[in-house]
Design a binder for this molecule. Structure first.
Ligand SMILES: NC(=O)c1ccc[n+]([C@@H]2O[C@H](COP(=O)([O-])OP(=O)(O)OC[C@H]3O[C@@H](n4cnc5c(N)ncnc54)[C@H](O)[C@@H]3O)[C@@H](O)[C@H]2O)c1
Length: 425
């Protein structure tokens, strides 16, 4: 194992929630397992194939794991996955049912990329059979399913991590580590949004209207909470990570404003999460305008970190682009001298417009590549080898899912929602 990989894992772990994390297990990489880690992908749709490509692409330089099986119950997804296997000249076993895969293809770990409502039972069956699981986000469709997955991992001792790739992304790791070290002062607010201007629909094959709910599962409440589970889950994970805490309550509002096409999940929503110290995460999502795109602003006393775009903007006094800030009164005197303003009696403290300030800006992390997906996959392989994963990683995934689903409840009831005790971990 290269030093970079070892450092990455250490960094990712140290940059987590600062808990005691058993680093010693990572010292034994490279020797203990002694054979290739056998992996399978269950659900070879859009995301499953993306993960397969990343896995196989890395494999040419890395012979510590192999893809021995793939599973999907929709033929077009399986056909597309086989094409990828052909490209990489591998012939994994193929299955249309994960239970057959479990019976006929011995594996050490599975990567589950099925639709959300199919995560829990597949994950729990695998964990109970001693198979380690990397399950895509969001963790589960219901609170009780998410808790059952968490409990199954603890009880079985099998590793479960949830695919929040930002936890493995160096710009996030670096930024969060510096936030936790206090470099930017206390965090007061996280402002997150993810705006798209598409209907988010997948085309249905000609003459097969019965496939609508199967292919467009994201738009129906039985299978998904839409923007909440698909997008917000990533960002509440980042917010919790930055605050090193979980919220105490959420207020939210949302509805179908634009795409009145039979979908059941909101296309426009906003949520406010309150943390114990009074700090907040404000998050909003829409499918009708992408002017603002996607971002998580972590707003601390001395700086704002824009995590998606890798920007760190200082807000220390005397760090404005044009030199030290002037007081409002001295600026007024200057303006009068220059003839730009006439002398006037002032009663208030300032006429300075409350617009955004231009301040020194830099990258959070130089040399950022990718979005953390490769590191996530390789870390999962290493966790399997060492039969150990840091506890905080599953808790991050669980809590992101929990607060995503509680936000859905806040929208549905119009009430401020707190977490029932039985779902606290
Ligand atoms: N981490 C990320 O950034 C990210 C991005 C996209 C999607 N995802 C997640 O990945 C998951 C899949 O999303 P997608 O866009 O690939 O969906 P998709 O609909 O494209 O693919 C899902 C696949 O699972 C298959 N499937 C359904 N039930 C199955 C079962 N019981 N056994 C085997 N296969 C089954 C479907 O046939 C389909 O091919 C979701 O949980 C989604 O939230 C994560």
């Amino acid at each position: 194992m290269s030093n970079n990989r070892r450092d990455f894992i250490k960094t990712s772990i140290v940059a987590g929630t600062g808990l005691a994390l058993g680093l010693s297990s990572f010292q034994s990489w490279g020797g203990v397992f002694g054979k290739k880690v056998r992996l399978a992908v269950i659900g070879t749709g859009g995301r499953g194939r993306f993960l397969m490509e990343h896995l196989l692409n890395q494999m040419s330089n890395n012979d510590t794991y192999e893809l021995v099986a793939i599973c999907d119950n929709y033929q077009p997804s399986m056909d597309a996955a086989k094409k990828i296997c052909n490209k990489y000249k591998i012939t994994p076993k193929t299955f249309d049912d994960y239970k057959k895969l479990m019976a006929d293809a011995p594996v050490d770990g599975v990567i589950i990329a099925t639709p959300l409502y199919q995560h829990a039972h597949i994950t729990i069956d695998c964990l109970n059979a001693g198979i380690h699981v990397l399950c895509e986000k969001s963790m589960a469709r219901t609170l009780s399913d998410a808790k059952a997955m968490y409990d199954a991992s603890i009880k079985s001792g099998s590793i479960l991590i949830i695919g929040h790739q930002r936890m493995f992304n160096k710009k996030y790791l670096n930024g969060i580590e510096r936030i936790h070290a206090g470099e930017f002062g206390p965090v007061g607010q996280v402002k997150a949004y993810w705006h798209r201007n598409k209907d988010w629909r997948r085309p249905i094959p000609e003459g097969k209207p019965e496939l609508e709910r199967q292919l467009n599962w994201r738009l129906y409440k039985e299978y998904s909470a839409g923007l909440l589970t698909e997008l917000m889950s990533h960002q509440i994970q980042v917010s919790n990570w930055a605050f090193q805490n979980t919220p105490v309550s959420v207020q939210a509002s949302g509805g179908i404003q634009f795409w009145k096409d039979g979908r059941e999940v909101p296309d426009n929503l906003a949520a406010i999460f309150t943390y114990a110290d009074g700090s907040r995460c404000i998050a909003d999502y829409m499918n009708m305008n992408r002017n603002y795109g996607v971002e998580e602003h972590i707003i601390a006393d001395y700086a704002t970190l824009r995590m998606e775009t890798n920007k760190l903007q200082w807000d220390k006094p005397n760090q404005t682009v044009n030199g030290p800030m002037k007081t409002p009164v001295s600026k007024m005197v200057d303006d009068i001298k220059k003839g730009e303003k006439k002398p006037a009696a002032i009663g208030g403290a300032s006429w300075r417009p409350e617009t955004a300030k231009k301040t020194k800006e830099e990258s959070i992390y130089e040399g950022q590549k990718g979005d953390g997906t490769v590191e996530e996959l390789l870390t999962f392989v290493e966790f399997i080898k060492t039969k150990s994963a840091p506890d905080w990683m599953l808790r991050e995934g669980y809590n992101a899912s929990l607060w995503t689903l509680l936000t859905e409840k806040a929208i549905d009831t119009g009430k401020t929602v707190t977490c029932p005790k039985k779902y606290m971990i």
